[in-house]
Design a protein. Sequence first.
Lengths: 187, 396
Amino acid sequence: MYENVMKSAERFKARPLGRDQKIGGMKQREDLLFMKVEQEQAVPFITWLKELGGFGHLVLFTAVDFIEQDIFQITYLLHSYEQHHDIVVLVEIDRQKAEMESIHHLWPHAATYQQELFEMFGITFPGSPRLYEDFALEGWQGPPPMRRDFDTKEYSEKTYFPRPGRVTHDPATYMKEQLYPGEAQTW
Amino acid sequence: MVGRQGSTQTAHSPKLPPVVDGVSQYDLYSGKYLKVWQGPQHPGITGNMSLELVTCGDQIVECRTHVGYLHRGFEKLMERRRYIQCFPLVCRICVPEPDFNEYLFAAGVEELAGIEIPERARWLRALTLEMARLTSFLMWIGGQTGAFGMGTIGQWTVTMRDYMLDLFEELSGGRIYHMYIIPGGVRADLPDGYAARVESTLRTIEKVLDDVELAVFHNAVFKMRTKGLGTIDPSLVETYGITGPNARGSGIARDIRKDSPYLVYDQLEFSIITATEGDAFARTWVRYQEMRQSIDLIRQMLRKMPQDGPFFTRLPNVLHWKIPAGQTYLRAECTRGEYGFYMVSDGSEFPRRVCVRGPSYTHAVALMERLSVGCNISDTAGLMVSLHTYPPEIER
């Protein structure tokens, strides 16, 4: 199914993942191939996949934070409409120097994904249009919120202080008191 | 002020300002151009988003989509929750058809963990998904016709949607969020006599759809306003990642149910509905035909479905699930196009990352910004609804 891609993958030093061994609980689906590629070879490989490999549809473009290994995994999911199968290009980039080449020249809507990745993960894509404009988080001042080291609970406790007039009850005791006033103590 | 970088403007007419290096050269202080905000609170906006329009007279020169009025951070919230605790969250990503989220999340967990589900559960899932498609289309056609001043159609079809919600309520207990499809199968079997009640509702809907066809597709105003509006060239389909009825309206026959069949779609008889013009009228027509197709598919499923058998696989205690490390991507054909879940597990009790691919991500931002240039301002709402954009899936 992927012979064409496999032949050319060596040129880009791309290596397939988990084709023979199991990923997760079951064997990887036949129509889904994961390929890992070095950062500098990523955009040439993706360009080849789009122009010559027949993978013309950019399905998804996102990042995963692997904070333990100090890397971001950038995921490009491409689909071939001729053969109806997918290829997932995985690129690992340094978390401290989160910068990646832009692909907005290949697919215009990739600019939206890149705008979101900059906002949510702090990954920059030099040359991408409207990269520094606010996307979903208007006026956001804090660190990029989708990074693993951003603690949502700590942030909300620090930012949103308890307002006067709000009382918290233990639901079990409160309901007993409501339903059987005065008897709750004796239970 | 000069237009910002990355202008998507391509059309050239004497009214439109020149474009230099992708920057639209308009000067707001010249008095020739006016900036108008459409939304976030506007009847002609699909949900909570807004369009920043620069107009010259009543023609749109530049459009910018703004989202962020609805960001609930589902993807981040899921990283801190166990798999089963994510479950009540995922259906809330998309209100008109939450079942796709439930199905894709459940199927993702099953694929990563290697869980096989019983045959009857597959049929019941497909039935729910098809019913959700019909429900969502019934709401959409109200918006589409309402944008062109035909409010009555929406009143008819939303009533029909309510009958569908009654069926969902009977099946799952919930009208909007059903939480019916769970990892391992579905939550309950069909109630007694359910198929007959579905059939009777479908007949009522068919009668209304006949009226809708007469009132919409033979209406001179509707034809005049939608023909030629927001034409998508077939060459744009791959460049802009366009999927679903928006692509099929341009003559690109792509349907995930047919191309990469999931659940039981390979055992059903149906064909891909396409139109050639690629404008708002063609898209409306494709969606209208797909409503008829959904009705037919629901009937086929009720007929072909195994009449008994298990609908759920017994699974270990949900609070102690540890999903083996791995990643996967699942997709399904929702009313707006390709809906997908990309799931990464690191072997712990919590998902490492769940990323939702909503079709509106491309339709409402990049594509809408391109198509609306040169449009009349009064047609923006109709154009937007004809792309069936839906903001919650842009900002998950």
